[in-house]
Design a protein around this ligand. Structure first.
Ligand code: LR7
Ligand code: MN
Length: 576
């Protein structure tokens, strides 16, 4: 069974039960910090750890940290602040969407706790034969401590023998601390180079600037707010050594934007997918993939990647056409590259033994409006007729100017890449492919309550089911008002993953969402008649637009069939 995507953008209420305990711990940590300061000079290398057997020395050793350094082992920190300090913390969150006030107080050399499958410890690597890598990190206006922590973590976890260099690409940042001060700081570090863009390039062209300067055989891309786990690099390089056309991602662990807690997990990693709005999604590993793995620490094939963290042979990257340089700022390049890898003969994989933490910001710290045009470019070049499914669910996309993609189409022809149908059938068979029959998808409008459409707005992006379906003024933008009536007689809400179907629980009269099933349960079956009457098969009642109980909005309810216009519905693809 294709399981539910797990929410990565750290949910606020996720660990509410532990809140009190954590607050206490943070208090204790602060107290301890004060004590540590007064006992000046006390240092402690942290909890004893057996070194990884047979591993090579990193570029830089980790300096010992004060015994009570904040968050030194990836635990959550909550500073108890007041007045000016509290204001500064809030300001840092406003500016970076990350609690940089706290980050600045956490060591740049902290060591994350071991959170991988214990089998990973035992793996022996073929160091003498592994290719060397250039680590490329593009950044735009990143805070000092998150950027430097990324750099140090690479140097302190990557075996010297495998790391060619770290290339930082400044994508035309305008913050003062990233100018001379950064150049000076980095010039003290071994193997680190700094390249600056002369205008804002966006992450695609910024990464390519780095790639073109790279001397390593393998390119390893990272975001600029990452922390590498011990042993993260070997598995990536080993895999590319075995198979040059493998593009390999580490497991991306969450670092909380507010507490800097490392939420690494030694369980089975998740793989990437997408929904028909072309939004990236996470999934549990499907059974078929698990069965083909030779061990729990074998690579896991993944239909798509999140985008920021992966290793690829430089030669293979160039062969594949590197990136689409017509993509601006942020977004879309991850799906475009994923489709291209698979369709043009490569494989995209996640290695369970390679873990890298990533700070997921509270919300986007800069405008991401270019993502739409970027996604359209990906759809136009790689999705064939399936791009229509995307346009149906995102009508704005059809109007978006996306520039010229002839070169990319030529590349696809030159490499004789497979079509999107092959990709869906072979690489991502779990994704439901909508039928989108004319007249049976889009907004579901009511005839009596004019201008109102079925609308579903789940409070949590990755927990699609469970809430009531309502009625709002039709907006024609797809998304929450997009439904598909299938030949199986379901009303599917399939802009998101996992897909949800409208259902009515026994004895109830409200329409709610539940997961769609392999065989359609009776309470998810609706008959849309030619006159627009929408009959719930199990209860034999009609869906009627009515005023919402206990509220002044509107919602659909099951009522005895009366032939009124409020019981008639019709699909409309767009406003007109
Ligand atoms: O104009 C820009 N120039 C840049 O150099 C915009 C961004 N960047 C840099 C930026 O400083 C960062 O280092 O590019 C990197 C990625 O930008 P983020 O961190 O703002 O992106 P993100 O982590 O929110 O987004 C994910 O999706 C993006 C789609 O374009 C990229 O592929 C990111 O690399 C990717 N991040 C990850 O995969 C980490 C895990 C996130 C998830 C899921
Ligand atoms: Mn990022």
């Amino acid at each position: 069974m294709w399981g539910r995507a797990v929410r990565r953008r750290c949910p606020r209420g996720l660990r509410r039960g532990r809140e009190a305990l954590l607050a206490l711990l943070a208090l204790a940590g602060l107290g301890a910090l004060l004590r540590a300061r007064s006992r000046s000079g006390t240092v402690d290398p942290g909890p004893p750890r057996t070194p990884l057997p047979g591993r090579h020395e990193p570029v830089l050793p980790r300096p010992p940290l004060p015994a009570d350094a904040l968050g030194a082992h990836g635990e959550a920190v909550r500073l108890q602040l007041q007045g000016e300090e509290l204001r500064l913390q809030e300001e840092s969150v406003k500016q970076h969407q990350i609690n940089i006030y706290l980050s600045d107080r956490i060591s740049l050399h902290r060591r994350l706790p071991e959170r991988w499958n214990p089998l990973c410890r035992e793996v022996k690597y073929d160091y003498d034969n592994l290719p060397k890598t250039s680590v490329v990190i593009a950044f735009y206006n990143e805070a000092w401590s998150t950027l430097l922590r990324t750099v140090y973590s690479v140097l302190e976890t990557s075996p010297d023998i495998l790391l060619e260099e770290v290339i930082l690409v400044d994508d035309y940042s305008d913050r003062e601390h990233l100018k001379e001060r950064l150049a000076n700081e980095l010039s003290q570090l071994p193997k680190v180079r700094l390249i600056r863009a002369s205008r804002r390039e966006g992450l695609v062209r910024a990464r390519l600037l780095g790639a073109s300067a790279a001397r390593g055989e393998v390119l390893t891309f990272l975001d600029c707010h990452c922390e590498c786990h011990e042993g993260w690099l070997e598995p990536l390089l080993q895999r590319i050594h075995e198979k040059e056309s493998a593009v390999v991602c580490p497991v991306i662990d969450v670092i909380d934007w507010n507490t800097f807690e490392y939420l690494g997990n030694s369980g089975e990693p998740q793989i990437g997918g997408f929904d028909w709005r072309l939004v990236f999604t996470w999934h549990v590993v499907p059974q078929r993939e698990r069965q083909s793995m030779r061990s729990p620490i074998d690579v896991i094939r993944s239909p798509t990647m999140a985008g920021g963290l992966f290793a690829v042979s430089k030669r293979y990257f160039d062969y594949l056409g590197s990136y689409d340089t017509g993509m601006e700022v942020w977004g879309g390049e991850n799906l475009e590259f994923s489709f291209r890898i698979w369709q043009c003969g490569g494989t995209l994989e996640t290695h369970p033994c390679s873990h890298v933490g990533h700070v997921f910001p509270k919300q986007a710290p800069y405008s991401r409006s270019k993502a739409l045009a970027n996604s359209v470019r990906a759809a136009e070049v790689w999705m064939d007729e399936f791009k229509e499914l995307y346009y149906h669910r995102n009508p704005q996309a059809r109007l978006e100017p996306f520039g010229d993609v002839t070169e990319r189409k030529k590349l696809r022809a030159k490499l004789q890449c497979k079509d999107f149908k092959w990709f869906l059938d072979t690489v991502y068979p779990e994704l439901h492919v909508p039928e989108d029959r004319p007249g049976f998808f889009g907004m579901l409008q009511n005839r009596g309550l004019r201008g109102y459409c079925l609308d579903y707005n789940p409070p949590n992006e990755n927990h699609v089911e469970g809430h009531q379906v309502l009625l709002y003024l039709c907006h024609g933008m797809g998304q929450n008002q997009f439904f598909e009536y299938t030949t199986r007689k379901e009303i599917r809400y399939n802009t998101r993953q996992p897909e949800a179907c409208i259902t009515v629980e026994d004895g109830k009269d409200t329409l709610v969402m539940d997961l769609c099933r392999e065989t359609v349960p009776e309470n998810q079956e609706f008959i849309l008649q030619e006159d627009g009457t929408l009959v719930h098969k199990h209860s034999r009642k009609c869906v009627e637009a009515t005023e919402k109980v206990l509220d002044n909005g509107f919602a659909p309810y099951l009522r005895d069939c009366t032939n009124s216009d409020n019981q008639r519905w019709f699909f409309k693809e767009r406003m007109s």
